[in-house]
Design a protein around this ligand. Sequence first.
Ligand code: NAD
Length: 250
Amino acid sequence: MDRLKGKVALISGGARGQGAAEARLFTAEGAKVVLGDVLDKEAAAVADQINKSSAQKSAHALRLDVTRASDWRAAVDACEHEFGGLDILVNNAGIANMKGVAETSEEEWDAVVNINQKGVWLGMKAAIPAMRKRGSGSIINISSIYGLIGSAGSAAYHGTKGAVRLLTKAAAVQYAPENIRVNSVHPGVIRTPMVEALDDDLIAQITALAPMKRAGTAEEVAYVVLFLASNEASFVTGSEYVVDGGYTAV
Ligand code: NAD
C-alpha cells in the first residue's frame, strides 16, 4: 500500500481515463497528487472522491491547459504549497486525431502538436527545477503504440507520439546525473473516453489484431506508470514500456 509513500505527483489530464486511474492508484499507494485538466468539474470530482476515502487531503485539482507555460508554473507551485514539493510528473494529457497526412488541416495539426508534444516539453521544463530541489524525480511521458509503429491515418498523432518517445530519451540522458529518471509508456487500445468516442466496429477491428484480442483498461496502464514512478524503478531511465496486449509484438 505504500509504494509511493512520501511522494508528490503531478498528473496532467487527470480528470478522466488513464490520468484519473493513475491519481486513484497513486494516492492508494501513499502519494499526494495534484491533477490538472481543462475539464474543471470532472477533475474536481476525481479529487473529491479520493479525498472522501482518505484520512487526510491527498488530492488537489486545478485548471491546467498543458499548452500554457503559466498554467504549468501554477501547477508546480500548487504541488509545493499544497504538499511540500514535487517528485513525480505524469505527462498524460493528450488528444486523438484520426486524419491522414493530406486530410489534416493546419489548425488540427497545430492543436495536436501543441497538446501532445509541446505540452510534454512544457511540463518537464516546469517540473525539473522543483525535482532538483528534492534531489531526484521520475517523469513518465505517455506516448502510444502509435509512437512506435505507423498506421494509415492519425498523421499528427503519430508525429507527436513519436516525438514524445525521443524527447523522453533526450531528457533521460540529460538529467540522469541529477537522478531524475524519464521514461515513456506506450499504451495500445485502452477503454477510456478517448476510445469510447470511436466507432465500436473500428475498435473491434483494431483489438482483433492484438494477440490478447481485447482492449486494455486504464488501471492496466496505471500499474506500469506506478512502477516507473516508484523507487522500484530506480535504475530505469530512457526506456519505453509497451502496454498493448502484444499488438506490436506481431
Ligand atoms: P481521455 O480522452 O479519456 O483523457 C485525456 C485527458 O486529457 C482528458 O481528461 C482531457 O480533458 C485532457 N486534456 C486534453 N487536452 C488537454 C489540455 N490542453 N490540457 C490539459 N488536459 C487536456 O484519454 P486517455 O485514453 O485517458 O488518454 C491519456 C493518454 O493516453 C493520452 O496522452 C493518449 O494520447 C494516450 N493514449 C491513449 C490510448 C487509448 O487507447 N485510450 C492509447 C495510446 C495512448
